[in-house]
Design a protein around this ligand. Structure first.
Ligand SMILES: [Mg+2]
Length: 280
């Protein structure tokens, strides 16, 4: 499906096939940056839409690639812009890391993480000279050549590289910021290794979030602004998806993407209407 034939709510509703698909949806996997807010500013109508969807009985899981903050702090940021949320409803690459570590017990870890996130893993940081895994997140508050180079040496010594998420940049209130993916790419390039990606677009990211909700892929709808992470990951996990035309939305990237959303809307504010039409 291309953008031209993806169905938007303004195009007069959804197709019958899409309606049947979305009628099975019981939970929403909602991206944050670019979908609920962008560059520090709330997307108009997004908070109201989420509160309406919750009132209509949908479970909400905020599936964000934010990897520099704790779930509690992300939740506080949502409450500040009028979105009801509980830390248990926030699913980040850091949560995915905990699942990954549980599947790889008794290994030695080297973390490049922000101070806040790292504090949750302090007891697990390997003291050994040889790490089995080097984990890279957004650690711009702890960034130094020495730390990156110590990670690089572990990689050259046999450690595997793990990326919390692969995005090269994010938009802050004052413009572009280098993101985790840029640092990961540098380490991949220098070491010749390919990182294991834990956040979007990894299908395991969405599948692990679904496991927590006790739902199957067809029962959860992913909503996001980035076709390369939100929509690609949802498609790989088997979830239907909605692309919003806010934040990082790029019509050229949508046209070039193999993974396509089921619906494209102007913003999250239109999603309650689309889902209500599917329930009729
Ligand atoms: Mg986004």
């Amino acid at each position: 499906m291309t953008e031209a034939n993806a169905v938007s709510s303004e195009a007069g509703g959804v197709t019958e096939a899409c309606r049947v698909k979305l009628a099975r949806v019981r939970a929403l996997l909602v991206d944050l940056e670019g979908t609920v807010r962008f560059g520090g500013t709330p997307i108009p109508g997004a908070a109201e839409a989420l509160n309406r969807l919750r009132a209509a009985g949908y479970s909400l899981c905020f599936t964000t690639n934010i990897d520099s903050m704790t779930a509690k702090d992300i939740c506080r940021g949502l409450t500040d812009i009028g979105v009801q949320a509980d830390p248990a409803e926030i699913f980040t690459p850091v949560a995915a890391l905990r699942h990954f570590m549980a599947r790889n017990p008794e290994r030695s870890w080297l973390f490049l993480l922000s101070k806040d996130v790292q504090s949750g893993f302090a007891a697990l940081q390997g003291a050994a000279q040889a790490a089995d895994f080097v984990v890279v997140g957004d650690f711009r508050d702890e960034f130094s050549y020495e730390r990156i180079n110590s990670a690089y040496r572990q990689l050259m010594n046999g450690a595997r590289l793990v990326a919390l998420q692969p995005q090269p940049f994010f938009m802050g209130p004052d413009g572009y910021y280098l993101d985790t993916g840029a640092i990961v790419h540098m380490l991949e390039w220098a070491s010749g290794k390919t990182a294991i990606v834990l956040g979007k677009p990894s299908p395991d990211y969405y599948l692990t979030a679904l496991e927590g909700l006790g739902l199957r892929p067809g029962e959860a709808l992913a909503i996001g602004d980035d076709v390369g992470t939100d929509i690609k990951g949802a498609a790989a996990a088997g979830c239907p998806s909605v692309l919003v035309r806010t934040g990082k939305f790029d019509a050229g990237k949508v046209a070039a993407s193999a993974a396509q959303p089921d619906v494209i809307v102007n913003s999250l504010a239109e999603v309650p209407e689309v889902l209500a039409a599917c329930r009729m």
